[in-house]
Design a protein around this ligand. Sequence first.
Ligand SMILES: Nc1ncnc2c1ncn2[C@@H]1O[C@H](COP(=O)(O)OP(=O)(O)O)[C@@H](O)[C@H]1O
Ligand SMILES: [Mg+2]
Length: 433
Amino acid sequence: MRGILAALMRDAGFRVIEAASGEQALEVFAAEAPAITISDIALDQMDGIQLLDRIKQLDSEALVIMITAYSSVESAIAALRKGAYDYITKPFINEDILQTIRNALRQRELFRENRYLRRELKQQYNFENIIGHSDALMKIFKFIEKIAGTNSTLLIQGESGTGKELIAKATHYNSQRADGPFVAINCSALPEHLLESELFGYVKGAFTGAHTNKIGLFKAADGGTLFLDEINEMPLTLQVKLLRALQEREFIPLGATKPVTFDARIIAAANRNLEEEMAAGRLRSDLYYRLSVFNLTLPPLRERREDIPLLVRYFIEKYSRALNLPPKSISEEALQALINYEWHGNIRELQNAIERAVALSEERIELPQLPQKVRETPLGIRDLSGQTLTLEELERRYIFETLRRVNDDKAHAAELLGIDLSTLYRKLKRYGR
Ligand SMILES: Nc1ncnc2c1ncn2[C@@H]1O[C@H](COP(=O)(O)OP(=O)(O)O)[C@@H](O)[C@H]1O
Ligand SMILES: [Mg+2]
């Protein structure tokens, strides 16, 4: 049946990839991202409905056409409820199935146009390079949209690599200051006196080496946004000067006598807990309150794992493009490992891992191209969308993974799993094998 269908579709000009089981289909799906998936509902092992579920987890917009016997249309209806695009009953007329495929392709075009429009809209708001669909991120988008237009200070907290600078830029480009400059400085990167002269500038002769006037970043950011990164690293004496500048909306450059006014919106970022820094006396509390008129905390990536698959695809595309290659694919196993990993370096660490994997892999990224720490946890407690697995699904995976490792030696697997052989057979039967 599969052969006949494949031949029919090839004759009609489609590129067809065949898979002999649900498991294999899932591998192919993850690797090739086909435009349309066609599956019988009655398969051995994983059945067609389960396959549909898993595919939808990988790509909620995937188009799946189910084939079913005329006598079991109820299962096809169930498939439609679970998001199948359409179903075809056996025996079918060739023209019917081709027509269904063409319809599905048209639907796909519509999806794409739609996504394109959405992207354009986002681009307008400059959120287009901030990837993710977690509730946490959606709340952040809403928050930024709401506060971007104000001139108030914003304090962004979050672990390193969570996207603080990216969010600061989005805030800037969503404000009426978007045409003005976005000026960033890392407060931990310079010794105190250099940081001060960078921020406030100096006049000629203010100190040895001050051969000309230098305009400070506060002034350079006029009409735009000044981003003070790692504010928690700013020395206390400079914190006093910063506070005064924020309060008075003016400052005195080194060696100058007259104050200079400025018109920059201030956004500060910190990768430490600032309450603790205040308690330890490393951060002035009056400065903290002045900076945190609006306050935003970016959650670490491990607390929004549902964003990982999207980020992975985004970075794969980005780095494939940089190499002038079509987007590489990724194996399900590799994607799963990426989802399970803890990512203490957050999105920056993930980005680096993907950049490396894209460079190392052939057409498809596999487990061996991932960093060792990531590789070491291929079997996890989450599904491909980052949701925690049910106990049953976890058990099923654990059993199948163990069997795979012992080349399907059931007695050996039962021993490793610590259960009787008969229990293993009973479980396998329940899991459709
Ligand atoms: N949601 C996201 N979508 C795409 N790229 C992101 C996202 N968040 C962070 N990045 C990327 O990860 C890297 C680290 O982000 P950055 O804003 O510098 O983090 P932080 O300032 O918190 O250390 C940057 O290359 C940034 O573009
Ligand atoms: Mg940063």
